[in-house]
Design a protein around this ligand. Structure first.
Ligand code: PEP
Length: 240
């Protein structure tokens, strides 16, 4: 089954109105044959949608609306032009104590709003050093993905916590092993497992992108720091 490469940028809490120039440049330089996505802060979604680059959110609540001060619902993201939303990013899991069960409750909200859920998993350094990475990620997948996931409504992002924003990346062998493990686990649960995209994330840069994106079962990347500049983001997209 053909899986189109997806290069997704996570701007985190970076970007102001002036950042529209980066999205315009990405639209102008977008290579053929690769799907792009930029996930800016929620404040920028409305102004960045409809510029030629699909736009996503970085988080959503599990409820459609209600008394949840400071939160944003999947319907609200979709309403201003988002087509996808990241759920369970490790920064949310760590800083806001978002558990697998909470991630799992957000995903149907994303689907209900017509958004693709980008479901993040990944082990800590300590877990990897103890040889527990495969088990940890397996448990996160089991707990974070609800029944009903399809190739169209879900993307998995494997992001080792220790590789995010650190300049460290796992070995090619470790990425290969983990992505095969994720594919096998998806295959045990979902009819469309072969079509579901599995992204790698964690210090993906223009200079390591070609090697990492060529690994079997790596169907694209989720990129933090290197997504903030159109030039770097496009270099990664071209490397795919
Ligand atoms: C991320 O936050 O999803 C990420 C992969 O960050 P970075 O590329 O900066 O490591």
């Amino acid at each position: 089954m053909i899986r189109r490469t997806l290069i997704a940028g996570n701007w985190k809490m970076n970007g102001l109105s002036a950042s529209a120039v980066e999205v315009n440049a990405i639209a102008d330089g977008a290579p053929n044959g690769v799907d792009l996505l930029i996930c800016p802060p929620a404040t920028l979604i409305a102004s960045l949608a409809n510029r030629g680059v699909p736009i996503g959110g970085q988080n959503c609540h599990s409820e459609v609306k209600g008394a949840y001060t400071g939160d944003v619902s999947a319907d609200q993201l979709a309403d201003v032009g988002a087509v996808a939303v990241i759920v369970g990013h490790s920064e949310r899991r760590q800083e806001y104590e978002v558990t697998d069960a909470i991630v799992c409750s957000k995903v149907p909200a994303a689907w209900g709003a017509g958004l693709t859920a980008i479901i993040c998993v990944g082990e800590t350094k300590e877990q990897r050093d103890h040889g527990a990475a495969l088990d940890v990620v397996g448990a996160q997948l089991a707990g974070s993905i609800p029944d009903g996931a399809t190739a169209a409504n879900s993307v998995i992002a494997y992001e080792p916590v220790w590789a995010i924003g650190t300049g460290l990346v796992p070995s090619i062998n470790d990425i290969t092993e983990m992505h095969a493990h994720i594919r096998a686990q998806l295959a045990g649960r979902f009819a469309e497992a072969k079509g579901m995209r599995i992204l790698y994330g964690g210090s993906l840069k223009p200079d390591n992108a070609a090697e990492i994106l060529a690994i079997e079962n790596v169907d694209g990347g989720l990129i933090g720091g290197a997504s903030l500049k159109a030039e770097d983001f496009l270099a990664i997209a071209r490397a795919a």
